[in-house]
Design a protein around this ligand. Sequence first.
Ligand SMILES: [Zn+2]
Length: 50
Amino acid sequence: MKRRLRRSGQRWRARKLNVCAECGSAVPSHIACPSCGYYKGRQVVTVEEL
Ligand SMILES: [Zn+2]
């Protein structure tokens, strides 16, 4: 009877994380690294550094 409760929640969490080649932080795949702006070896986002 409680089958419905099982699956919810897992799918959302299971996204793959890439490790940024530039700064080494974990970054969700298919987006640019939020901390350095690199994606697949290119800087695609300008990130201001202090
Ligand atoms: Zn990075």
